[in-house]
Design a protein around this ligand. Structure first.
Ligand SMILES: [Zn+2]
Length: 136
């Protein structure tokens, strides 16, 4: 089992590789930089200069796979007690980012669904824009 630091380094390498694939993209706007912001955010810098920040739960809650879309479209049963899945009390951690073709990413968290393919358009509509740093 790799240490937490080793996992962090691995994730960084995977992000760089992911960037390399995406740079060849035909999309007009593509990510130029991915960075993890502790403890639970991912920042993506886009080629149009936009910087967006994504909270891990937001990414997971918007999983675009068919299974999760169907779950979200159904009303939640009101009387059912919430059932904690194993590990659900642990903070959400991003374990890996995978490029999918040259137009999308998938994310692996320490729990939750990892089947979602987030295309660049989806990612541009998620998260919130961070105003670019102004000199103080
Ligand atoms: Zn899913």
């Amino acid at each position: 089992m790799a240490s937490y630091d080793e996992q962090e380094n691995l994730l960084f390498l995977i992000c760089q590789k992911a960037l390399f694939g995406i740079e060849q993209s035909f999309m007009e706007i593509y990510p130029t930089k991915l960075a993890k912001v502790e403890p639970d955010r991912l920042q993506i810098e886009w080629s149009n200069g936009q910087l967006r920040e994504y909270r891990y739960p937001e990414i997971l809650d918007n999983c675009p796979c068919a299974g999760c879309r169907e779950k979200r479209s159904k009303p939640k049963p009101k009387l059912a007690l919430p059932v904690l899945q194993p590990g659900e009390n642990e903070p959400l951690r991003l374990l890996a980012v995978h490029p999918v073709g040259n137009y999308a990413y998938s994310f692996t968290f320490n729990r939750g669904c990892d089947r979602g393919i987030y295309n660049l358009e989806t990612l541009l509509n998620l998260g919130k824009e961070i105003p670019s740093e102004t000199p103080s």
